[in-house]
Write a new protein. Structure first.
Length: 204
């Protein structure tokens, strides 16, 4: 009994691939669209208004969070970014059932040093935030903590011998890093609400 020729078996997949490669472009695009449509139903945007993964819509949960005042210029920038991120620009919900308390800090590290002058040429600005989500209470000291988290964002600047330019670049970098921190806090809150659909709030 003769064995099958291995070369003939190997050539079949190659032949099929060649036929697919030679298929009309419209046919290949149709196949890609069909596969994309089949997979589309498997995914759902995290912040979709009709999200049912965590029960009520996430945006309704976010609107139940009041961002408490954060001290300092950077704190004010971060608070504004958080309010916009959570409400889409509708404003901070006063008297909301949940309150977000954030402590923010910033630090600077040198990334590149000029070998001849010994002065920094590039610096990394890091903004770090620790936050607590609590149930609103008349006495803040008696507020019940719902969940906590921490995150940080970075931005780089090119430094020079111009003090004002360096200061302005640092402020701009802190703002960019703060926006990143706000987005991360929103994502962390979203993940918490998905895992805990019955978390306190009017949308529960």
């Amino acid at each position: 009994m003769s064995l099958p020729d291995p070369s003939s078996q190997v050539s079949r997949p190659a032949t099929r691939l060649g036929q697919l490669a030679r298929a009309p472009l419209a046919a290949r695009l149709a196949l890609v669209c069909a596969l994309s449509g089949a997979l589309a139903g498997c995914f759902q945007p995290l912040y979709a208004e009709n999200a049912t993964i965590g029960g009520p819509a996430l945006m309704d949960k976010f609107r139940d969070v009041e961002v408490i005042e954060i001290r300092g210029r950077l704190g004010n920038d971060l608070r504004n970014d958080l309010i916009f991120a959570l409400t889409g620009g509708s404003g901070n919900p006063k008297g909301a059932p949940l309150q977000l308390i954030v402590a923010v800090d910033t630090s600077t590290s040198t990334a590149i040093v000029n070998s001849s002058s010994g002065l920094p040429e590039n610096q990394v600005i890091r903004v770090t935030a620790n936050w607590r989500l609590v149930k609103a209470a008349d006495d803040p000291k008696k507020a019940v903590v719902v969940t906590t988290g921490a995150t940080s964002g970075t931005a780089t600047i090119d430094t020079s011998d111009q003090r004002f330019a360096n200061y302005s670049a640092t402020i701009d970098a802190e703002k960019r890093a703060a926006r990143s921190v706000a987005d991360q806090i929103k994502a962390q809150l979203g993940a918490f609400f998905i895992r805990n659909p019955s978390a306190p709030g009017s949308a529960s």
